[in-house]
Design a protein around this ligand. Structure first.
Ligand code: FAD
Length: 411
């Protein structure tokens, strides 16, 4: 008869909760340590309070960081279908929306968290809130986990699920990374991703608040690193919206490694450069006595027109069209086609959805998520150097990695 394993899970986010449930289902005595006053605070804000729980597509190309084979092995061991069936079995049916995005059919992130919490109760997982782990020590075949001002927990197995540094207001502040670094793990550089992008332009303040259906690309050293389309919002620091969040992976990496990077914005992505030029020149020549601003009204959002006119080299938007020389008009049409801004950075950790970088995957066994350096230690969720695009991929990584580690830790 096998002896019941004492499993301590550090961190009660999506990955830690799933790991705790899997270990408990396999017969382990599970303690979940959570530094905040309750677990799963980040789940509550996922998907703007609706929780984009996974994505039906599970494409490995949507993930970054660790080698694709590593990510694929974990996702195949606990795929989307199994995740959805499991969530359904504990009381949370999900529905698929556009682009494969899956949400709980009740439409509420708070229900996702409660369903998981009630299942932790049913499985007799001991949940310790306000338990801020600070040190992980190997002791014989097992471990001790020290908490701030609190008890020391003894464990046969430890599952580190403390997240990265994104959204520190929800609990993940990077201490998990430091604890596993102290045990010899390599930590790849971390930077905020799925976050708004900072741009350099004298016109941002006046364009602040404009939303448009367009496209944008991150360019570095003449190469398009990534292009996204959809609703882009211009802000007083740069751009936000889902395309911006997805572009932030490439932008953040360039900024971190101090490579030059530009954002190429297409205000009219469905029209060719020739069509835009014909439209602009037609308006200017057919309305010689009107101001540039009046002649261009209707082509893009009104708030953009004075900025475009000045960026093209005109004195201001009140210049009459008959005084518009062709080269400047061509410059204006060029900006409407592609407007390029230097990328200066991203917004900070408090606005980031996810952490890029983290524990190097080469030191983790993808079949079990056990550390290759420290037997009995498992690494799951965002603490690992895996990050996904917007669309439910990050939570799927949390569910899959948590489940795989939880099951193996109980053996
Ligand atoms: C605003 C926002 C919206 C998002 N929306 C989505 C979405 O709709 N779909 C999607 O797929 N992804 C979304 N994400 C990303 C997704 O939430 C995360 O990638 C995922 O939740 C990570 O899970 P995790 O368990 O690894 O880490 P976390 O959720 O960060 O959980 C880590 C937990 O560990 C605790 N902890 C940290 N250190 C310690 C310690 N030393 N001792 C004890 N406890 C500790 C923290 O308090 C926290 O509860 C969103 C993120 C944010 C910030």
């Amino acid at each position: 008869m096998s002896i019941q394993k004492r499993v301590v899970v550090v961190g009660g986010g999506g990955a830690g909760i799933m790991a705790a449930l899997a270990a408990a289902e396999r017969g382990a005595f599970v303690t979940l340590l959570e530094r905040m006053e309750k677990p799963g605070k980040k789940i509550l804000v996922c998907g703007n309070g609706r929780c984009n729980i996974t994505n039906a597509s599970q494409e490995v190309s949507r993930f970054h960081g660790a080698p694709p084979d590593f990510i694929d092995a974990v996702l195949k061991a606990y795929p989307v279908k199994k995740t959805i069936d499991y969530l359904d079995s504990i009381g949370l049916p999900c529905v698929e929306e556009e682009m494969g995005r899956m949400y709980p059919s009740c439409g509420q992130a708070a229900s996702v968290l409660n369903v998981l919490r009630y299942e932790l109760d049913r499985r007799n997982v001991r949940v310790m809130c306000g338990a801020d782990a600070v040190r992980l020590t190997k002791k014989g075949a097992g471990f001790t986990v020290d908490t701030v001002n609190g008890p020391i927990y003894e464990a046969d197995r430890v599952i580190m699920a403390a997240g990265g540094k994104a959204g520190p207001q929800y609990g993940s502040i990077g201490t998990g990374l430091e604890m596993v670094r102290a045990l010899g793990h390599k930590i790849n550089p971390v930077f905020p991703v799925l976050v708004q992008i900072n741009l350099q332009s004298a016109f941002l303040k006046e364009m602040d608040g404009v939303r448009f259906e367009g496209s944008a690309a991150v360019i570095s050293q003449g190469k398009v690193l990534r292009e996204e389309s959809g609703e882009i919002q211009i802000t007083d620091y740069g751009i936000s919206g889902i395309p911006a969040l997805d572009l932030s992976r490439a932008a953040g990496e360039c900024v971190y490694y101090k490579r030059d990077a530009q954002l190429e914005m297409r205000l009219l992505p469905r029209r060719s450069a020739q069509e835009i030029w014909a439209d602009v020149w037609g308006r200017l020549t057919s309305r010689p006595d009107e101001t540039l601003e009046r002649a261009l009204t209707g082509i893009v959002h009104m708030k953009l027109i004075p900025a475009l006119i000045q960026a093209a080299g005109f004195k201001n938007q009140h210049v009459p069209c008959r005084h518009a020389p062709e080269p400047q008009a061509r410059a204006l049409a060029g900006l409407l086609h592609k407007w390029t801004f230097p990328i200066t950075g991203t917004q900070d950790w408090t606005r980031a959805h996810v952490t890029a970088g983290g524990v190097d995957a080469s030191q983790i066994d993808p079949a079990t998520l056990e550390s290759k350096l420290v037997p009995g230690l498992y690494l799951v969720g965002e603490i690992v150097d895996v990050d996904g695009d917007c669309g439910g991929y990050n939570l799927q990584w949390a569910w899959s990695s948590g489940r795989v580690a939880g099951e193996h830790s109980a053996r």
